[in-house]
Design a protein around this ligand. Sequence first.
Ligand SMILES: Nc1nc2c(ncn2[C@@H]2O[C@H](COP(=O)(O)OP(=O)(O)OP(=O)(O)O)[C@@H](O)[C@H]2O)c(=O)[nH]1
Ligand SMILES: [Mg+2]
Length: 477
Amino acid sequence: MPSVPGFAVVGHPNEGKSSVVATLVENDRIRISPRPGETTTAKEYPIYIDGQAVIVFTDTPGFQNPVYLLGWLRQYEGDEAEALEHFIGEHRHDPGLAHECELLGPVARGAGIIYVLDASRPLRRVDVAEMEILRRTGRPRMAILNCKTGEEGFLEDWKNELRKYFHMVRVFHAVRATFAERLRLLESLRVLDQDWEQPLDRVIDAFVRNWKQRNTECAALLCGFLNRVLAMSASRNVKEAERDAEVEARLTRQLEDQIRDEETRLHGQVCDLFRHDRRSFVLPEHSVLREDVFSDTTWTVFGLSKTKLATAAAAAGAAAGAAVDAAALGHGLGIFTVLGGAVAGFGAFFRGETLLRTRVLGMEMGSRRIQVGPISSAQWLFIILDRFFLQYWHVVHWSHAMRDHDAVPGTGLESRAKQGISDTWSRAERGMCMEFFKARTKNAEQSNAAESGAFAEQRFQHFMEEELQRIASSSEL
Ligand SMILES: Nc1nc2c(ncn2[C@@H]2O[C@H](COP(=O)(O)OP(=O)(O)OP(=O)(O)O)[C@@H](O)[C@H]2O)c(=O)[nH]1
Ligand SMILES: [Mg+2]
């Protein structure tokens, strides 16, 4: 038996073999098509962890002529252990059996078998021939029921039949499998053969560590992004012929563009971390994430209710032993602080709400300087977080077998009217975020500001990691 466990993914054409492999090895490039016969040669896809191949899945073409192959096996009188090799040797140049030769190759070399079938259709005679062939190989084997259309009426019939031929039967939706489901599949493979227990334990352990590592990196990316964005501002001197409000509007647009770019970059980095090709990952057509980050809809759908925002501030204030700055709540405020005395004309952020925090910083010789930013509304933090979580949820639930959302009924739905995850947090959790916000947006004069800021960030980042872990394993938002 090879030292690295290997599994040949076999089955009838077009039942989802390549989809299962793509999901398991996280490869968006594997060819998947509604046209039967897409895969024509066997191809190995190892999973590497720390540069080492730890498990190999082989995608194979679908059976072409299982009835002939079964007949041949029944009549074969040689050494059973060499039957597959003999079949391949004898039929290597027969185009009518090319697929059989390809799919039997890895099995003859010692691979276990994963038989994929679409259980949303009834059982046929040809399926029984395929199952009997696989049983005769004597290899450790598992059947995967992949209900392509979502129809599950035949599931029990399939299970009853498959149990006669396979050591294990599992339902696994190739295009909807979460990380937890992938892990469970690997755990089942582990018990297929005792010799694979140890290597698969290592694979599972490495999988779990790797996933945790990705979430840690994800939370770190988020914190880096927030640190940058919460410190951003735009400023310039007002020329004589200019009106303050115009300058302010221009600076605001400039700042918004910078934040948009930063957020797009962050969301792209999440895609990269989970090994998705940014070009192949698409948000559902009606996702609220397609809304501009500064739109009214975004403001309405995400973030906290006024009461929750106020209690979060109170929680943060209590924890920090400091008074709560009501101006940071975001209620009745714009997003940015404006320094420089320009108020008129700018007030219309979010349904007529006006900026309250306006101060004149000082005048340069003969001209005023206007600065827009940094972000002064804590509500904004929760909105940005909610958008991030939604992006993360879509990324981790975007199977590597998915080629577009429309092909998969029910996936990609953002099921709650109110999509703010932050709205579901406890008062203390929201308070923790508020503390981070305060630490990042205030240049507190206290001598221990940097230290307490670092502590607030650490706690915040840790909380984010836990949230990401939780969101990854929930099938609904
Ligand atoms: N809705 C849905 N479609 C699926 C699922 N699994 C596979 N498909 C679709 O079924 C078609 C065939 O999938 P493949 O993974 O290419 O099937 P295959 O068994 O590798 O096919 P061949 O290589 O032609 O033998 C593709 O259009 C997939 O998108 C599923 O779980 N749900
Ligand atoms: Mg295929």
